[in-house]
Design a protein around this ligand. Structure first.
Ligand SMILES: Nc1nc2c(ncn2[C@@H]2O[C@H](COP(=O)(O)OP(=O)(O)OP(=O)(O)O)[C@@H](O)[C@H]2O)c(=O)[nH]1
Length: 215
């Protein structure tokens, strides 16, 4: 998908520049739906049609409100193709969060998750927030990766997991808001504030929306 159309300052408000910028990066194989996920989150729409691979990297700024606090996310959309890997690695280092996607209808995109995690551990900060997303959950009839397989892999690496659909919007907002909540908690934690566990939060929110799951 064409990044030219994505690189603008979305959701800016009056105190936009006063806030801490939280850099979040979308990674995963080419075609898993990174650009589509970002467009769905930012613009609430899905652009169907032929697939056009991202070239290079671009970002969208988005301000979200969590627990009454405005959190500014700078969301970077990377190209999944191998030939851009050295470019995207350079962006990992100052990322606070990484959303790692696979496509539930594409086995190799799931098999490659371990390699992505190895790269992330090599190039990103040790305490980077990672979330695993199994995208295209709307295409259940072409599913080759069971939801439990995603859960098991995520548990092995100690990261939260959910299935999403950039097409229907399923869990898209939840994924970004959960990341924003974790980043807000880390940046502004008050001494008397109870600790926030991202995985527990994601699990509780998934249960609440289990009415709409595709499994
Ligand atoms: N049905 C369905 N199709 C999707 C979904 N997400 C993305 N697609 C389609 O999958 C194709 C690839 O989507 P992109 O968002 O361009 O994938 P990408 O991960 O950004 O790919 P690269 O830019 O090459 O890294 C497009 O044809 C999208 O319309 C989804 O949740 N459901």
């Amino acid at each position: 998908m064409d990044l030219q159309r994505l690189s603008y300052q979305g959701g800016a408000g009056p105190d936009f520049n006063e806030q801490v910028l939280h850099k979040t990066i979308l990674v995963g194989d080419s075609g898993v739906g990174k650009t589509s996920l970002l467009v769905q989150f930012d613009q609430g729409k899905f652009i169907p049609g032929s697939f056009s691979a991202t070239v290079g990297i671009g970002f969208t700024n988005k301000v979200v409100t969590v627990d009454g606090v405005r959190v500014k996310l700078q969301i970077w959309d990377t190209a999944g193709q191998e030939r851009f890997r050295s470019v995207t690695h350079a962006y990992y280092r100052d990322a606070q969060a990484l959303l790692l996607l696979y496509d539930i209808t594409n086995k190799s995109s799931f098999d490659n998750i371990r390699a992505w995690l190895t790269e992330i551990h090599e190039y990103a900060q040790r305490d980077v927030v990672i979330m695993l997303l199994g995208n295209k959950a709307d295409v259940n009839n072409e599913r080759v990766i069971r939801s439990e397989d995603g859960e098991t892999l995520a548990r092995e690496y100690g990261v939260p997991f959910m299935e999403t659909s950039a097409k229907t919007g399923m869990n898209v907002e939840l994924a970004f808001l959960a990341i924003a909540k974790e980043l807000k908690y880390r940046a502004r934690r008050q001494a008397d504030e109870p600790s926030f566990q991202l995985r527990d939060y994601v699990e509780s929110q998934k249960k609440r929306s289990s009415c709409c799951s595709f499994m």
